[in-house]
Design a protein around this ligand. Structure first.
Ligand code: NAD
Length: 575
């Protein structure tokens, strides 16, 4: 075992990426040199625009000027609230320092928005709602078209803010933006998505259904997809006529602040999209505020289960996506290289900080011999600052997160598992102070071990062995999470048996991260979604979530075309 553990951290760093198919296709675009070429070293603090005027100060980034390095920002500017289409400095007394995960240099301070600021956001959203809900659908659609165009124009700027604050690679950050952009693009089709139903239920009597907005809504977001997750809510909430208050993660609100600027530019009236900041205190305010009718939450089970119960008890509609432990079952008849590349890419991409990261692999039968080849692929990945060309995975979000991940790796060792590849203590040469953990593989894992029962949320792949497909299905179904599961096989029958019997809500067949595009919905299951999965993000259920159905039954008697004087006292007989 000692020999296996001895795979050195230095060798992880020095090996270059051998194959572009190590990353999921949707996230595989490389950092465009043209974008970075002449811009290295620009240190405009993009995340906290101080006004909506064209960029005139170092504190304001633009679609073409934004940070492209991890160099220290000389004069970090505080993050602001966004109320009534204005960026407003907070009068907070509590501030949360936000550090670049690659260096731990200060990027900005995020306010714990004051009670007055939180109340002002609600007041503004309430004030905007009547006129916005009556704005014609075609007008709202036009704003959505502009919003989409502006996100495209600011794509790299948004991605750069994510790399700086969240740490993921620039290429992966572009994928984060893309997945949110696709929700906004799909929302542009609202004119065919919001049609109601009509039926003549009796002679001259018909029932029609309408989908009406709810009012003021709120979104509480996690750190790991700073653009995508706000965009799971903003387009659908607003295009259906609601107003929305967004609380981005206090650990990386920069992308949301750029999106707020783009909302104003796209033509959303003041108050339709407001942004407030903070941690649990802001969340508690949102949960208890009577004017807020619906809450979208994405994040951990600890916060999400609490948020779901408290908001539901307060009579609010809640959609809440939670944590995960996603499994891949590897069958001996699969296309081996394709499967192993896909597994390594999906386990270690984004430093494992995706709710759909493939964090657990179940080798079926003789495929357990392939684990060394997965380790080879993991070693070939380049762990570095996210702006560095060729970087495959960046740091994890905070020093606390790094410590937690390393503790979970240690717990596996203590419980008798083998650390086949050990990324603990890894430091890229240029970034000795960052929160880096190199790709790690844990083998000989048993289902009762902590590294298996807990979501690690880091670049750690946990490996288990079973003898048959049925054993793999039983093992995966016994896990309490149910976000995603993948199978690698070339047998249609095997794939179909897996698909039909597996309890995960999102199943991949030779697809490592089977997240549906927004014409479908994000369909986690079991402990990965609150409320039994009744409400799921985007797609048709997303529109259902943000609207209340009203039915209207009307009776326009044909006889009344000629005046009569006799009252009709009977119930309609549907004849
Ligand atoms: P988190 O739960 O720590 O934070 C999410 C949000 O909740 C933040 O805005 C935070 O301010 C707030 N929050 C945190 N603790 C709180 C508390 N005690 N009371 C009230 N509010 C609180 O999650 P995170 O670390 O930002 O994100 C990672 C988690 O999110 C992982 O578990 C991951 O699996 C999950 N996630 C799930 C999905 C999905 O679709 N299922 C997608 C992305 C992330």
């Amino acid at each position: 075992m000692a020999a296996c553990r001895a795979v050195s951290r230095r060798s992880i760093q020095s090996l270059s990426l051998r194959s572009s198919i190590l990353r999921p296709a949707v996230l595989s675009s490389r950092l465009p040199q043209a974008t970075l070429g002449g811009k290295a070293g620009i240190r405009r603090l993009h995340a906290t625009p101080t006004s909506l005027k064209p960029a005139t100060s170092l504190a304001t980034s633009t679609a073409t000027e934004y940070p492209t390095t991890h160099e220290q920002i000389q004069q970090p500017v505080d993050t602001q609230n966004f109320l009534d289409n204005q960026f407003v400095g907070s009068k907070a007394t509590q501030w949360i320092d936000l550090h670049d995960p690659a260096t731990n240099n200060l990027v900005t301070r995020v306010p714990q928005s004051t009670d007055e600021e939180l109340k002002a956001a609600v007041k503004s959203a309430e004030k905007a709602f009547p006129a916005w809900s009556r704005t014609s659908l075609l007008h709202r659609q036009q704003i959505m078209f502009k919003f989409v165009a502006l996100i495209r124009e600011n794509w790299d700027r948004l991605a750069a803010s994510i790399t700086l604050e969240q740490g993921k690679t620039f290429a992966d950050a572009r994928g984060d933006v893309l997945r949110g952009l696709q929700v906004a693009e799909t929302a542009c089709g609202i004119t065919t998505q919001l049609t109601g139903e009509v039926l003549e239920v009796s002679k001259d009597m018909e029932t029609r259904s309408y989908k009406e907005p709810l009012g003021v809504t709120a979104a509480i977001c996690p750190f790991n997809f700073p653009a995508m997750i706000p965009l799971w809510s903003i387009p659908i909430a607003t295009v259906t006529g609601n107003t929305i208050i967004v609380k981005p993660s206090e650990r990386d609100p920069g992308a949301m602040m750029i999106l707020a600027e783009l909302c104003e530019k796209a033509g959303f009236p003041p108050g339709v999209v407001n942004v407030v900041h903070g941690a649990a205190k802001t969340v508690d305010f949102i949960l208890d505020e009577p004017a807020i009718k619906a809450i979208s939450f994405v994040g951990s089970n600890k916060a999400g289960e609490y948020i779901y119960s408290r908001a539901s008890a307060n009579g609010k509609r809640v959609q809440a996506n939670l944590g995960a432990k996603n499994h891949a079952a590897v069958l001996p008849d699969c296309s081996k290289d394709q499967a192993l590349n896909a597994i390594a890419g999906a386990a270690f991409g984004a430093a494992g900080q995706r709710c759909m990261a493939l964090s657990t692999v179940v080798f079926v039968g003789e495929t357990k011999e392939w684990v060394a080849e997965v380790a080879e692929r993991a070693k070939a990945l380049n762990t570095n600052g996210g702006f560095e060309p060729g970087c495959d995975l960046g740091p994890v979000i905070t020093p606390q997160s790094k410590a937690r991940i390393e503790e979970l790796i240690a717990s596996a060792e203590e419980e008798g598992a083998t650390i086949l590849l050990d990324g603990r203590g890894f430091k890229p040469e240029k970034y000795p102070d960052g929160n880096f953990v190199g790709p790690t593989l844990i083998t000989d894992v048993k289902p009762n071990m902590k590294c298996y029962t807990e979501e690690i949320f880091g670049p750690v792949l946990v490996c288990l062995n079973v003898e048959t497909l049925e054993d793999a299905i039983d093992l995966i179904n016994a896990n309490e999470y149910g976000n995603g599961a993948a199978i690698f096989t070339n047998s249609g029958s095997t794939a179909t048996t897996f698909q039909k019997n597996i309890e995960a809500g999102q199943v991949g067949i030779n697809v490592p991260i089977p997240v549906p595009l927004p014409m479908f919905s994000f369909t986690g299951n079991k402990k990965s979604i609150a409320g039994g999965g009744a409400n799921t993000f985007y797609g048709k259920p997303g529109i259902q979530f943000y609207t209340q159905t009203k039915t209207v039954t009307s009776h326009w008697r044909s006889e009344n075309a000629v005046a009569t004087k006799k009252a009709d006292v009977d119930m309609p007989t549907h004849s």
